[in-house]
Design a protein around this ligand. Structure first.
Ligand SMILES: *[C@@H]1O[C@H](CO)[C@@H](O)[C@H](O)[C@H]1NC(C)=O
Ligand SMILES: [Ca+2]
Length: 354
């Protein structure tokens, strides 16, 4: 009987509700520090370094900056290019430099001119180097049997990938020194493998970047060492900087949002029973996790339902489930009111804002 309850719980409306914008409050710290220190400071005092998801955020952050140095100030924002984060095109497998096998040459990957996010095996040494994806090189493909095929014809990384996908399986994946030697033995010239990455793809709080307002000509990765970004308050544009440089800081605080949903449940189960409540919370949590609402804590608060106003005849109890998501990006507080009621036949849940 109890199982039926969650069967009828549709969270689609709820998930849609989660897409509603989170209110971010920007805070400016008039103290210069390095990007890692700035991140630590913002995380301790607020939520994280400032993230900017759209033009509205950008304008709000720029406008919220007040002070005598307004015209020349730059401040760290939560933009950081994690150069250890790569991906194999083969199976879209994540790859992390320092954890997974690599054969990077001396100072590689160096992201020269801020435009190298594809990888070759170099003909001279068999070592890896990051290159601009629009450079020309022959592909090394992998086929269904796991064999490598070197193709001499030179093309961009994107064409190389297409070539491998249509003629074999994918661009080569290299998981250990043996595989690297196998490939190297086939090569006549420097060749593409499937390792690539998306620069500036994430904010400091782990969310994906969707909107980047670089100043013209930026990022440039001067000296190969610029993988943190600061915002120039005069132009509202970003520049890549050495993470150890000292700048003012833009932090953000996430405002709690409260949404209230009313769920009518149809059940023969006794919602006043603590064991039933425990199961309900458990199953609702599992359902939420399955719907991609991570890091949610559910609390069930039982209240006396006598004074609740509703068009329906209430049974003895009103259940309040509070969903707390502390310190998470999509921080919000959801309040579920569950009217425990005995229906003859199972009825659907309705999720609607109160
Ligand atoms: C390389 O970086 C550019 C700029 O961020 C991006 O548009 C492109 O998709 C990346 N290429 C690959 C193969 O990841
Ligand atoms: Ca390079």
């Amino acid at each position: 009987m109890w199982k039926n309850i969650l069967l009828f719980l549709s969270l689609s409306g709820l998930v849609g509700h989660h897409a509603s914008p989170i209110t971010k409050l920007y805070h400016h710290v008039d103290q210069k520090m390095s990007w890692p220190d700035a991140q630590r400071y913002c995380r301790e005092q607020f939520h994280d370094l400032a993230t900017i998801d759209n033009l509205e955020d950008l304008e709000r952050l720029q406008a919220s900056r007040k002070g005598s140095d307004y015209d020349i100030d730059s401040a760290w924002i939560g933009l950081y290019d994690d150069r250890t984060r790569w991906q194999w095109s083969y199976g879209n497998q994540d790859y992390k430099t320092g954890q997974d096998y690599d054969n990077w040459a001396g100072n590689e990957p160096n992201n020269l001119d801020a435009e190298q996010n594809c990888t070759v095996i170099m003909q001279k040494t068999g070592e890896w180097s990051d290159r601009s994806c629009s450079n020309l090189a022959g592909p090394v493909c992998i086929n269904a049997a796991g064999n490598y095929i070197y193709v001499q014809e030179e093309m961009t990384w994107y064409k190389a990938r297409k070539y491998c996908v249509s003629h074999h399986t994918e661009l080569a994946i290299v998981r250990d020194a043996t595989e690297n030697s196998k490939i190297y033995a086939l090569m006549k010239r420097t060749a593409w493998i499937g390792l690539h990455r998306n620069p500036w793809s994430h904010w400091s709080d782990g969310s994906r970047t969707t909107y980047l307002n670089w100043e013209t000509g930026q990022p440039i990765n001067l000296g190969g060492k610029q993988n943190c970004a600061a915002m120039n308050f005069r132009t509202a544009g970003y520049r890549d900087k050495n993470c150890q440089d000292l700048y003012y800081v833009a932090c953000q605080e996430l405002q709690k949002q409260r949404s209230t949903f009313r769920i009518k449940i149809s059940t023969e189960a006794d919602m006043t029973n603590p064991e039933v409540q425990r199961q309900f919370v458990e199953q609702l949590s599992a359902k939420m996790a399955k719907e991609g609402v991570a890091g949610v804590q559910l609390h069930l608060v039982v209240k006396d339902g006598q004074d609740q106003q509703t068009e329906m005849a209430l049974s003895a109890a009103v259940f309040t489930v509070e969903l707390l998501r502390e310190q998470a990006r999509a921080q919000r507080l959801l309040l579920f009111r569950l009217w425990g009621q005995k229906f003859r036949a199972p009825k659907l849940f309705s999720l609607a804002d109160l």
